[in-house]
Design a protein around this ligand. Structure first.
Ligand code: C2O
Ligand code: CU
Ligand code: CU
Length: 450
């Protein structure tokens, strides 16, 4: 779906559909029957009008992850609730100076987010613009890679998570790229491939690598870097996006795209629980993966001349010094009340829809110090709606390159300082952990921008 004459207009329906996954029938949740959802494409300055119908059996809504648009009214408002069987028309305008990039949309009704995203509800929302106009980027072959994992039973139905899966964040053993298992992508003759990744899994981390081949990061969540940065592997936490350039060689070749093992913490809790249950065979989350998994294969036919990488991309602005510095502690806490089990919190408080956690002045810059004090040293990817930020320090060390982010990984024990310009839009919105089970279990806060 592309915008025409400054308007992106479509009907979108969320519902349960039988979908073919790796040749088997799976009963997933889709937008317009598709997993992943249809890709939307617009430009800065465009108006978006989406007539949305909820055919699920639960309340839901739409969130436009990463877009800098208003959080009020029928726009990127996470407090809207669309009951089953009802419709709502979303309407908002993308600012004229919006950065081009890889954004996305997914449901955001508190309490149901992990379940609905794990069902398959997620799609790309591409903003075209200045990055797409760079000659080498234009010449590259563009591919989108939406990473999703699923846990299905023998009848192709989504498995329900147990207590442990929810504490760790649910994961599935079935890894898909664009709803396919191990697809193949070819590098055009000329030799540059532009891979645009989205981690649309509710909890799974992807530690991406190309077998024996480097790739070059050109854009993160919120748009382009100033210049390409070489990587041998790249960790993509839930919600994060990355654009990579891959160069072919003179010889025909195949490169496998791998997901390397990664430990996201929480082991102690898991051991306790396993001791208690005496059986871990039904656990879908947090199992430590030992071998690389193959996500896809890239093939290159060889010869012709190989294109150079772009030297410069888009300058990334230097933000002014902050007016305010805040500290936010991220943690999982044991037993807040008898029988409640564990709780996920910011500064010791679980999400309360009737409470404002943070009060901010519009058109000011703030530094937020995100401190992961989790008892069990679990990783928490922190995400803020509406206002993209830059990472300034990680454990006191400056970041190696400047980039726009909306989701940043805060590992167990880490302190990450981000700098946020709260521009243009007053209103209430949220920040939360993008391990969506953690969000549903309380790891979300409300920021009121005035
Ligand atoms: Cu992608 Cu509030 O989330
Ligand atoms: Cu978001
Ligand atoms: Cu978390």
């Amino acid at each position: 779906y592309k915008s025409a004459d400054g308007l992106l207009k479509l009907d979108l329906e969320a519902g349960s559909h039988p979908i073919s996954l790796g040749g088997k029938r799976a009963y997933l949740l889709g937008y317009n029957g598709q997993v992943p959802a249809p890709r939307l494409e617009a430009q800065a300055g465009d108006t978006v009008r989406i007539r949305f119908t909820n055919n699920l059996t639960q309340p839901t809504n739409l969130h436009y992850h990463g877009l800098h648009v208003t959080p009020t009214g029928n726009a990127d408002n996470p407090f809207l609730e669309i009951p089953p069987g009802e419709s709502l028309t979303y309407k908002f305008t993308i600012p004229k100076n919006h950065r081009s990039g890889t954004y996305w949309y997914h449901p955001h009704h508190h309490g149901y987010v992990a379940e609905q995203v794990f069902g398959g509800l997620a799609g790309l929302f591409i903003i075209r613009g200045e990055l797409d106009e760079i000659a080498e980027i234009q010449a590259a072959k563009e591919e989108f890679l939406v990473l999703q994992d699923f846990a299905l039973d023998r009848n192709g139905r989504i498995q329900s998570p147990n207590h442990m899966d929810m504490m760790m964040g649910r994961e599935g053993e079935l890894l898909t790229v664009n709803g396919q298992i191990k697809p193949t992508f070819s590098i055009a003759s000329g030799g540059l491939l532009r891979l645009r990744f989205l981690n649309a899994s509710p909890s799974r981390f992807y530690r991406l690598a190309l077998e024996n081949h480097p790739f070059y990061l050109v854009a993160t969540d919120g748009g382009a870097l100033a210049e390409p940065v070489e990587f041998k592997e790249l960790l993509l936490a839930p919600g994060e996006r990355a654009e990579m350039l891959v160069r072919g060689e003179r010889e025909p070749k195949q490169y496998r795209l791998l997901n390397l093992p990664y430990n996201r913490g929480g082991m102690e809790m898991m051991e306790d629980e396993m001791g208690m249950m005496g059986d871990s065979s039904h656990m879908m989350g947090g199992k430590s993966q030992v071998n690389p998994q193959i996500l896809a294969t890239l093939t290159y036919q060889g010869f012709v001349s190989t294109l150079p990488l772009p030297k410069q991309l888009i300058p990334v602005e230097t933000l002014p010094e902050p007016k305010t510095v805040r500290r936010l502690e991220l943690s999982m806490e044991e037993e807040m009340a008898p029988g409640m089990g564990m709780s996920f919190t910011f500064n010791g408080k679980a999400f309360d829809p009737n409470k404002i956690n943070t009060q901010v002045q519009v058109n000011t810059v703030e530094d937020w110090e995100l401190v992961n004090v989790d008892l069990d040293r679990m990783d928490h990817p922190f995400h803020l709606h509406v206002n993209p930020f830059q990472v300034i320090l990680r454990n006191g060390e400056p970041e190696p390159y400047r980039a726009w982010k909306d989701t940043v990984l805060v590992r167990g024990g880490e302190t990450v300082r981000i700098r946020i310009p709260f521009r243009d839009f007053p209103g209430k919105t949220v920040y939360h952990c993008h391990v969506l089970d953690h969000e549903d279990l309380g790891m979300m806060g409300i920021v009121n921008i005035q």
